[in-house]
Design a protein. Structure first.
Length: 359
């Protein structure tokens, strides 16, 4: 008998379906969630984001009924799918609103559980959603995500959920990669109005010069210090020209009470700059330059130059005043693993967590 030779496409397809199957790739150890446990909360939030990915894959592959793989990713944790969020451009599913329906035998662990979770997936590299997702990625890089119809749909869903159900402590935002950008922008938008939503942002993009990848710590520190002085100088100059508009401080300070959870892997160059962004602020405080850094940290040099030229420039999405930064220190085999959503529900993670509050 001649053994069957599996092609690369067949092999990759099998691997993809395995990752989409909750029974093969999900955190089966979480049979009853303790909502006071930060690891449980992180794992559930990540799985709900994965559920959005699989919803779109089910749609693309026409998997319905018992063939659908997505429902297990939320039903295992006693959630039901409340609403699918569909892009008006390509009709792909990019988000979902989940409602928590706790089982009676887990009611004693319900404290701290969300009532609703609004989750957004990242870019799909396969299928007919890729083109639209890639366009959104470009908008993130150009700080134009707020101008897209997908974000308008997402923002309306967030506002409606908050308006209808009111208890802000029970509404979560969650997203991965591009979806983390969506959730971050939605969270920032709500925070500016005084509405602070708990947020779980997995591998959130931070697009800037890859300073964090420089090995020499002195060179890296020197570049960051020079950038801080340049950004602060430009900001002061612009503030002097626009005294009545108060462009520098108020919007950033208004966000300082919002503390989203950022989940970052050092091997993921898409989000690893957050490590340097927050740690540099601490070092500048230590050397007595905290005032300069507080001014620099809320501005990008590119945005300041655009403003100086008389062109409107939206604040870069990744600039946030406060965060709970959670770093996965388990080495990744490659970029795909470092950027993947699956890492965030593994029970054997080596995590380092630190809260940065903007003062």
């Amino acid at each position: 008998k001649v053994p069957e030779i599996q092609t690369r496409d067949q092999y990759e397809g099998a691997m993809s379906s395995e990752k989409e199957n909750f029974d093969l790739s999900g955190p089966l150890h979480l049979t009853c969630v303790d909502w006071t446990n930060v690891d449980h909360r992180r794992s559930v939030a990540a799985c709900l984001v994965q559920g959005v990915y699989i919803l779109e894959r089910d749609r693309q592959d026409n998997r319905q009924g018992s063939q659908a793989l997505a429902p297990s990713w939320w039903e295992f944790f006693q959630f039901r799918l409340h609403t699918q969020l569909v892009d008006d451009a390509d009709h792909s599913i990019f988000g979902a609103i989940y409602e928590f329906i706790p089982a009676s035998n887990c009611n004693h662990l319900k404290n701290g559980s969300p009532h609703f979770v609004i989750a957004f997936r990242g870019t799909l590299t396969k299928g007919d959603a890729f083109v639209r997702d890639f366009q959104l990625d470009v908008h993130v890089i150009r700080n134009g995500l707020h101008q897209t119809s997908r974000f308008e749909i997402a923002m309306q869903a967030v506002r409606n959920t908050v308006a209808e159900f009111g208890n802000l402590n029970n509404i979560w935002l969650a997203g991965h990669s591009l979806g983390a950008s969506m959730a971050m922008l939605a969270g920032k938008t709500m925070a500016k109005t005084g509405v602070l939503l708990e947020a779980f942002l997995f591998n959130p993009p931070f697009f800037s010069a890859p300073i964090e990848r420089i090995k020499d710590k002195k060179v890296k520190l020197g570049i960051r210090i020079a950038g801080s002085f340049l950004a602060a100088g430009l900001a002061v100059a612009l503030k002097a020209r626009h005294q009545q508009r108060n462009l520098i401080e108020d919007p950033f300070v208004a966000l300082s009470e919002w503390v989203p959870c950022l989940f970052v892997h050092p091997g993921d160059h898409i989000c690893s700059e957050y490590l340097g962004y927050f740690e540099h602020r601490r070092k500048m405080e230590e050397i007595g330059a905290g005032g300069i850094e507080r001014l620099a940290t809320q501005n990008s040099i590119g945005g300041l130059i655009m403003t100086a030229m008389g062109k409107e420039s939206e604040d870069p999405l990744h600039l946030i005043p406060s965060a709970n930064l959670v770093v996965n220190l388990v080495p990744a085999q490659d970029f795909k693993q470092a950027h993947g959503i699956h890492q965030w529900w593994r029970p054997d993670l080596n995590l380092q967590s630190k809260v940065y509050n903007y003062r």
